[in-house]
Design a protein around this ligand. Structure first.
Ligand SMILES: [Fe+2]
Length: 373
């Protein structure tokens, strides 16, 4: 366990039903020109107009719609808008992709160059960008808490993070009521992403006592509330628990990092266009089984925390959870074939992979990919 660590969270985190109403008073007084980045769903449900009405004394330019796994050129469009309009703050309202794209734009608007310069480390982030507020509308990614943004270069098929300590949002508002309109499939994918992140955080080589306590708390909340949120989307109690579980997960993995599921989910996701939550949930059980010899005690602790006997029970209950949510168990329908393995092996050796509790040789990864093809 890591006994020397840094905790780096947003300066202010507002959690609870209806707290989005406090957005205006929490923004800096001198933030007059706002770039508001949202998903299409927020536009279709009228949330964008509601937010613009909440900010009457400010000049708001809205950009609605960011592709999943945000491509570099879409972030450049945000940067261009922010520079042209001399924006002095950025607000993101949406899922992880919206928040990651806006987080990068907030960082780069006052700097020189375009997104790919920083994505490929040709330029370095040296100082803080614009004030950035993140308001998630899904319960899963935790992007409102973290210092990184996962982006994609579609021409090279590369998916990786831009990260810097100054990219942590200044303000996070987590209002569970915003997740009520999420359809079941989105609830399942984002919830399983959070569940996977919490488990990977708990057993990460870099975990510390605080991240482990947070991760265990989050696993418990998510395991017991995800099926209800999936089956009864309007259940406010389950939505609140899921939103809190997701936030706590992010507070854990922002310190500890993740593991092999995320190491592999990134290249598979970018190559085969698998939604991130689906990629994580398909990989989760095979990686849990791989990690079991190194994590028997830790998995047993998780099992007991959620009300079961031992490590094997925990894995079995995870399989049952996925069955309840109707998640695919292989990448067959996404077209995974042997010809993709080389690309995945070349692009999976990220920090997440290094933090996995049991080392994986290329041959170990290949065996798992064969099982999932
Ligand atoms: Fe994730």
């Amino acid at each position: 366990m890591n006994e020397s660590y840094v905790l780096n969270y947003p300066s202010e985190i507002l959690f609870g039903n209806g707290r989005i109403q406090e957005l205006h008073e929490k923004l800096p007084k001198n933030a007059k020109k706002i770039l508001l980045v949202t998903g299409k769903h927020a536009e279709n449900t009228g949330l964008v107009n509601e937010i613009i009405k909440m900010l009457p004394s400010r000049d708001v330019i809205a950009h609605c719609g960011i592709s999943p796994e945000p491509p570099l050129n879409e972030v450049d469009i945000l940067i261009k808008k922010g520079r042209e309009n001399k924006s002095d703050a950025v607000i993101a309202v949406g899922g992880g992709s919206v928040i990651d794209a806006a987080k990068t734009a907030a960082c780069l608007i006052p700097k020189e160059g375009l997104t790919e310069d920083y994505f490929y480390n040709r330029r370095e982030i040296k100082e803080k960008g614009l004030f950035f507020a993140a308001i998630p509308t899904t319960a899963g990614t935790g992007a409102e808490i973290t210092r990184n943004a996962v982006l994609t270069d579609p021409s090279a098929g590369i998916k990786q993070s831009i990260r810097h300590n100054t990219m942590v949002p200044d303000l996070a508002i987590i209002d569970p009521l915003l997740t009520l309109s999420n359809p079941p499939v989105l609830t399942a994918f984002s919830g399983l992403d959070a569940y996977t992140q919490a488990i990977e955080s708990y057993v990460s080589k870099n975990a510390c006592s605080i991240s482990k306590s947070l991760a265990l708390c989050a696993i418990n909340k998510i395991y017991h509330n995800l099926p209800t949120a999936f089956m009864f989307p309007g259940n406010i109690g389950a939505r609140l628990q899921m939103a809190e579980g997701s936030m706590i997960t992010a507070m854990a993995f922002a310190q500890s990092g993740l593991g092999a599921v995320h190491g592999l989910a990134h290249p598979i996701g970018s190559l085969l266009k698998v939604p991130h939550g689906a990629a994580c949930s398909i990989l989760l059980v095979p990686i849990l089984k791989w990690n079991l010899p190194a994590c028997e005690t830790e998995f047993a602790k998780i099992g007991r925390a959620i009300g079961f006997e031992n490590a094997e029970d925990f894995i079995e209950k995870t399989v049952e959870l996925q069955e309840k949510l109707g998640i695919p168990v292989t990448f067959t329908s996404y077209g995974l074939k042997e010809e993709h393995f080389d690309f995945i092996l070349k692009n999976c050796r990220s920090n997440s992979m290094k933090l996995n509790p049991r080392h994986m040789e290329d041959s170990d990864i290949t065996r798992i990919l064969e099982e999932l093809s």
